[in-house]
Design a protein around this ligand. Structure first.
Ligand SMILES: [Fe+2]
Ligand SMILES: [Fe+2]
Length: 196
């Protein structure tokens, strides 16, 4: 695997400037959340840096990679190219950055939609992508606050925000995001704790 410094160089050279700055922000936020939640800071930093590694590939190249790797797309994934860079992120991270750690690969795979029953690292990358310092939207301060209080609460409201946004814009909602959110609500203890 490349060192953290080498990963930064690769990301800087292969993403547009703004996306590079975003990736550094995700890595920093993820590191902080890793400390708060008792998991490896290093893994969180690597996953944060690498999560958008495939972001600059052309749609045609992403399509080709998904075909080469026999990845079956759901109907929603097929129709939503914004999801493709996360679907192929693990392949690109393995090939270009030498990342083999399955936990890191899982976290970068699900950073856009989330999924049900996420690991702590996967939750951290999902929410760090949404709340890193350069992001801005109406309810972001609430979501930042909830995330620092309780990671699950932050991720739950992050998913809720993202689903609300898609609903209002009349856009497709990926099934994995719905499952991810429902998973929290199935746990009655969580529901009781998470009231605003
Ligand atoms: Fe992304
Ligand atoms: Fe991102």
């Amino acid at each position: 695997m490349l060192s953290i410094e080498e990963i930064k160089v690769y990301i800087k050279e292969n993403l547009i400037e703004e996306r590079y700055a975003h990736s550094l922000g995700v890595a920093e936020t993820a590191k902080r959340l890793a400390i708060l939640n008792g998991i490896s800071e290093e893994k969180a930093e690597i996953a944060g840096l690498a999560h958008d590694v495939a972001k600059n590939l052309s749609k045609a190249r992403m399509k080709e990679m998904m075909e080469e790797n026999n990845i079956m797309l759901s109907q929603v994934e097929e129709k939503n190219p914004n999801l493709w860079h996360s679907i192929i992120a693990p392949i690109e991270a393995k090939e270009k950055l030498g990342i083999e750690d399955e936990e890191i690969l899982d976290a970068i795979r699900w950073h856009t939609t989330g999924k049900e029953d996420m690991s702590i690292l996967t939750k951290i990358i999902y929410i760090s992508d949404m709340i890193e310092p350069s992001r801005n939207f109406d309810s972001i301060e609430d979501i930042r606050k909830f995330t620092l209080e309780d990671l699950d609460k932050g991720v739950y409201y992050g998913l809720t925000h993202s689903i609300e946004f898609l609903l209002i814009k009349n856009l497709l909602i990926d099934e994995n995001s719905m499952r991810a959110r429902n998973y929290f609500l199935f746990d009655s203890k969580f529901k009781a704790q998470s009231k605003k």
